[in-house]
Ligand binder design. Sequence first.
Ligand code: MTE
Length: 312
Amino acid sequence: MQVLRRRGWELAEREATPEPVVLGRRAAIAGGAALGVAIGAGSAGAVPVPPGLTPNPRYPAGRALSRETDATTFNNYYEFGSQKNIWRAAEKLPQSPWSIAIAGLVKSPREIALDDLVRQVTLEERIYRHRCVEAWAMTVPWTGFALSRLLALAEPLGSAKYLVFTTRADAKVMPGLQEDWYPWPYTEGLTIEEAGNELAFLVTGMYGKPLPPQNGGPIRLAVPWKYGFKSAKAIVKIAFTEERPESYWETISPTEYGFWANVNPDVPHPRWSQATERLLGGDERVPTRIYNGYGEFVAGLYADKPNERLFT
Ligand code: MTE
C-alpha cells in the first residue's frame, strides 16, 4: 500500500491562503454582487438558496461564525491538489447538470437529478462547527437538508447496513487525479444509523448562497461530530451496502484515518495531538470537545460498540 508518499495533512498549517488571494476573492465577490450574478463560473446552475432562511435554533454554534472569505479560500480538496488554496481551480468544476445515483440495496436503484431531489426536500439553514483532523476548525452556516430525508426517498432494503458516498472524479478539471497513487475517486461511508441521525446533513449552500465548488458544490455531506474528511464533497453516488466500505483516507493510511473518525480530544492522531483546534482566520486555539460538542445527539450511536476504534 502507498502510505502517504505525499503527507498531505502535514502541509496544513503552512498552506494558509496568502492575503492577496483573499483580497482578490473579496474583489470578485463585490464585483459579482454589483452585477447581480452568482459568483464564479462554476456556481452557475448550483442549488439556489431560498430567501429568508434563519439558522435552525436546535443547533447553536456556541462561537462566532468563520468569515466567509476564510471558509471559502482555505480548503481541503485533494482532487484539485494537496494545498489549501485550490478555490480558484475548483471553480472549473461544472455544477450543472448534476445528478446522484442511488444504488445498491434499495427498492429501486435510480439516478436522480439534483434539481428534482431538491424539489422533494425542505431546505433549511444550520450553523455547524467543522473540525478537520488536521486540528483546524471553522463555524459555518450551511443550507441543506437532513440526510434522513434522502434515506426515506431511497427506500433501503432491510439488508442495507452502510451508505457509501462516491464523489466526482473529472480528470479534465481535477489535476489531483494525475497523482495516481491516491485511490480515486474519493469515497466515504457511514452506517445507516449514523445517516439517519438528525445531524447528518446534505449541504447545497453556505452563507446564504449556493455551495461554492471549492466547498463541495453542488452537494456535499456535513457530519459535524466526525473529522472533516468524512464530509465528502461533490457527491455523485450514494450506494447502500451490507459490507462496511473502506474509504479513501482509510485506504491510504488505515492506522491514521479509520472508518469511524469521531472527534475526541483525548485520542491523539499518531502524529499530532487532537486536544485543541485552531479557528480559521486567526491563531486562536480552543479546546476540542468530544464528538465536536455534539455528544448529546450522537453518543448513543456508539453505546453498543465498545470494541471499535471509534475516534481515529
Ligand atoms: N471531499 C472530497 N471529494 N475531496 C477531499 O479532498 N477533503 C475532506 C472533506 N471532503 C475532501 C472532501 C476534508 S479532509 C475536509 S477537512 C473537508 O472536506 C474540508 O471542507 P472545506 O474545504 O469546505 O473546509
